[in-house]
Design a protein. Sequence first.
Length: 333
Amino acid sequence: MKHLSRLAVVPLLGAALAGCAGTPHTFLDPYSSVAREQANLYWIILWMAVAVFVLVEGLLLYNILRFRAKKGDDSLPPQIYGHVTLEAVWTGIPVLLVAMLFFFAVTTVNAISAPAKAASDVNVRVVGHQWWWEYQYPDFNNFKTANDLHVPVGANVHITMISKDVIHSFWIPQLSGKTDVIPGQVNSLWFRAEKEGEFFGQCAEFCGLNHANMKIKVIVQSQADFDAWAANQMLPPAAPVTDQQQEAVKIITTGLCKGCHTLGDSVGAQDIGPNLNHLMSRSTFAGAMFPLNEDNLARWLKDPQAMKPHNDMIIKLKKEEIDALLSYLLTLK
Ligand code: CUA
């Protein structure tokens, strides 16, 4: 029984490690040239460090065992102070290693520098907020969306970043390295996604209590799907049909929601909270913390602080207001 349970640890450990390898937050499974170059540099540095470790520790162990002081032998080992050859060797090797690291780092920096912009490229302006990401598409009437970042597969995506409040860091491990998002400073990065699908990222700079809940979801899609999505985002929001929906528009554009959210061009664009024009075209909300569906949206309107404590939505809505808002928000495809 005892050795059985010990045996069971092996597959469990294997499963745990496999789970780690499968996590989407790894830069070691890259899907863009930028991420691949960065991963390659990591492997080069890692294996150089492993070689140095094995060599140095090996020599250390060998010498400890081989040249142990024998009983009764008080004589000093041969002194090598000022030995020119040895001094040259153990100065030369580290200098060579550092020079190699410098060479590989510079080569990588050159390899990942942004290519010249072309007409087919996609530009995205990222705005960091406590605690969610806003995306603006200047090539498409500058529409604004949040949480889900859409990009076409195979296109060069140029991202410029600013912050509304504190320092954040934009990081999609499988597509690109971290870049700080700093108030009053425009930083940039670029990548070209090689595969359609969903990729996940995370704010990588402590930016307040919800730092961990400032997630990024990237949807890489075919050019046709991206174009269709962008065309829809540029449309005005759905018009309210029922009385209840008209009531909702009133609450959004003149009532409680007005101070933070934008709908169409009817509100003073505070952009404290996400633009609501095509809310339900997004798959997530609240910093990509939750799937966006009717149940979650209803829970959110009822008590946003319970779902994401410390977020800026500190209003209390009445039951009939929530019902009205839901009846309209769910139509914003
Ligand atoms: Cu934004 Cu951490």
